[in-house]
Design a binder for this molecule. Structure first.
Ligand code: WTA
Length: 660
């Protein structure tokens, strides 16, 4: 098969995927009890997609029914036009009116072993209090609120409180640096930052408040910092700046028990902004709105995970990523699910922590990432074997292509062959899962996302825009709008249009390569652009490059993703030092930390190679493709367009001598 240009970094996974022929049909018993078991749903949705999405909207409570399901003026979509609703009402209030008021909403496990269970009734009270605190701080409809938090219930509560009053939230993952936090606060114009005095990670306290202090020194729009007490002063003292910083618990006590009625919001009212990496140095703020997003997140959550009333559902992602937004908060709570939330590391106090949690709470649905599965594989099957995992009945993966070996291990050592695996493909931009098996209908193949979800029309195109033949790689596109799609890039609609909708006019360009096999199954092949996927986290090569060149010793830098058996891809940087700078180990260490300071630990380069020059075309474009070939030990691709073809062979020699 021919792979789309640039997808070569996933080569080892792809080679394995190409040889995969196993099939796993759902058991008759699973299908008999599945929420969705009639395959005709695909055809029905295809024949009348708008009718399909119109019907799906009935799963929500609307204050005012919508008039038109979709208004499509490519690339601008409006879903459920004229409708009014509130996401917090759908996630909380409507359950409190039923028997679910006493059902567990959040089953939270702190890393040190403390735990809290909040029923829907508790959640309702907490969300109202949080909303009252927001109002007290002057936050109102339309104001942006940034969250920089550990995985504690107050994060989910805070988001639902924002949704309640119509204040869009933007969550910045706790692993990002103060500079990354600052830039996102400034780009979104956040009025308030919500953080904590710390969070537990592998037995240590993550100093979120200190990082926030450094960030908000340079965020003119931020008026207050609201601090949730998680670890307490005996563990970590934080400085509170008079007038700016407020303890959440003090303010909550002050407002008392208060009910804040959910604001009836337009279907297209902004729900949140989620920043994600693209091909430039500046992350893009994806804007998700209320009605369509909620329909998409909740329908996919129920169908794909076969959610039943008595399930105990655990998605191991962090709420700081889109997976946590759609499949810890909005999808599950809208569906009235019992959601497990875990604060800390999978190897604390020991490498069986996840399996201990599954056993302790009787988790029935588990949603995690291929990188985690590969890590568990490396740790060994003795850890899951220590625990009773027999409650598990559906398991999902997300974030990157899963290699068949990891899929098989997951199936055997975690699901014991009983739990169907749903490999779910989607993106921050898509808001909801778009390519996935429906577990009661679709026979899975290890490593394949199988088919587009009902109502989603995908295709794989060559450079000229023609659908590629069977088993040939091409660009994955989505051919018609879907309810949870990102509406725009915050503050930069032009960029939204240019990035996603112009390559093939009117079609959504995913940036991923894919192929379809002879049975029509989709196989995702990784990014085809300059976006890296390290442990399922998206990082732009340009972001890392700009961090590197901001160091005084660096003249030039090129960053690539080299395939890595554990993290999928690893960040490898080629750096040309300024004249007079010696390319030694100390500089290497310094550059690594420099990237961490600018972006966060998730972007720390695994390897840095010093070069005297980088391979460039005559128009001065850095040829990352050739650097990837070097890093992966492949035969060098075409070098004829290079300004100086000797450079690559020099770098190659140097690279191979350091690899030793
Ligand atoms: C990759 C995460 C293969 C893909 C929800 C996509 C996947 C990017 C899968 C989005 C999967 C996600 N199989 N690749 N099941 N799921 N990806 O925005 O390259 O953090 O474009 O959203 O992750 O990453 P993002």
């Amino acid at each position: 098969m021919s792979a789309p240009q640039g997808s070569s970094e996933q080569s080892s996974t792809i080679d394995a995927l190409l040889q995969e022929t196993r099939r796993f049909p759902p058991s008759a018993e699973f299908t008999a009890n599945a929420n969705v078991r009639d395959p005709s749903v695909y055809q029905r949705a295809k024949d009348d997609p708008e009718g399909f999405w119109a019907e799906a909207a009935n799963r929500l409570d609307w204050f005012q029914r919508w008039e038109k399901v979709l208004e499509w003026d490519a690339p601008w979509a409006k879903w459920y036009v004229g409708g009014k609703l509130n996401a917090s009402y759908n996630a909380v209030d409507r359950h409190v009116k039923t028997w679910r008021r006493n059902k567990a909403a959040i089953i939270w496990e702190g890393e040190p072993g403390d735990s809290r269970v909040l029923t829907y009734r508790d959640l309702y009270r907490e969300v109202n209090t949080f909303a009252a605190v927001l109002k007290e701080l002057g936050v109102s409809k339309g104001d942006r609120v940034a969250f920089y938090m550990p995985m504690i219930p107050e994060l989910a509560i805070g988001l639902l409180a924002c949704a309640r009053i119509g204040a869009p939230h933007t969550v910045i993952f706790g692993g990002f640096s103060s500079e990354a936090l600052r830039d996102r606060c400034n780009d979104s114009g956040a009025k308030l930052v919500v953080t904590a005095d710390g969070g537990w990670r592998r037995g240590n306290v993550v100093p979120l408040k200190d990082t926030t202090d450094a960030a908000v020194a340079e965020t003119p729009t931020v008026e207050h910092v609201l601090v949730v007490q998680r670890v307490g002063p005996s563990v970590r003292e934080v400085t509170m700046q008079e007038g700016r910083d407020i303890w959440y618990h003090e303010m909550a006590a002050k407002v008392g028990r208060k009910i804040i009625e959910p604001e009836p919001l337009d279907s297209e009212h902004p729900l949140y902004i989620m920043y994600t990496s693209g091909t430039t140095g500046k992350p893009k703020g994806q804007l998700h709105t209320t009605g369509g997003y909620l329909v998409g997140a909740s329908l996919t959550h129920e169908w794909i995970f076969d959610l039943k009333e008595d399930d105990i559902y655990w998605c191991t992602a962090d709420i700081g990523w889109v997976t946590g937004h759609s499949y810890i908060v909005y999808g599950p709570f809208t569906n009235g699910a019992s959601v497990v939330m875990y604060e800390g590391a999978p190897d604390f106090p020991d490498k069986d922590r996840f399996w201990d949690i599954v056993e302790k709470y009787g988790v029935t649905i588990l949603y995690t990432a291929p990188t985690s599965i590969r890590t568990f594989m490396r740790w060994g099957e003795q850890y899951p074997a220590m625990h009773d995992l027999s409650t598990l009945r559906v398991m999902g993966t997300v974030g990157e292509p899963i290699n068949p070996e990891a899929w098989m291990w997951y199936n055997e050592h975690i699901g014991h062959g009983r739990a169907p695996i749903v490999d779910t493909w989607w993106q921050t931009e898509t808001g909801m899962i778009l390519i996935t098996p429906l577990p009661g209908i679709v026979a899975t193949k290890p490593g394949s996302g199988t088919f587009p979800f009902p109502g989603i029309e995908a295709d794989i195109l060559d450079e000229a825009g023609n659908p590629v033949p069977v088993n040939t790689g091409g660009n994955l596109v989505i051919k018609r709008p879907w309810p949870a799609m990102s509406r725009t890039i915050w503050g930069d609609p032009e960029r939204y249009k240019r990035t996603y909708w112009e390559r093939y006019p009117g079609l959504y360009l995913t940036g991923d390569g894919a192929r379809r096999d002879e049975d029509g199954y989709y196989w995702l092949l990784g990014r085809v652009d300059d976006v890296l996927n390290v442990s399922g986290h998206r990082i732009g090569t340009m972001e890392v490059e700009s961090a590197l060149v901001s160091h005084p010793a660096v003249a030039e830098a090129a960053v690539i993703g080299a395939s890595d058996p554990l993290t999928g891809q690893a960040i490898v940087a080629f750096v040309t030092p300024r004249s007079g700078q010696s390319p030694n180990d100390a500089l290497q260490a310094d550059l690594r930390e420099h990237v961490v300071k600018h972006i966060g630990a998730l972007a720390r380069p695994k390897k840095i190679y010093f070069t005297t020059e980088l391979p460039k075309t005559r128009s001065a474009k850095i040829m990352r493709r050739l650097l990837r070939d070097i890093a992966e030990g492949r035969v060098l691709g075409d070098t004829t367009t290079l300004l100086d073809p000797n450079i690559v062979s020099q770098i190659k020699e140097q690279y191979e001598s350091t690899e030793g």
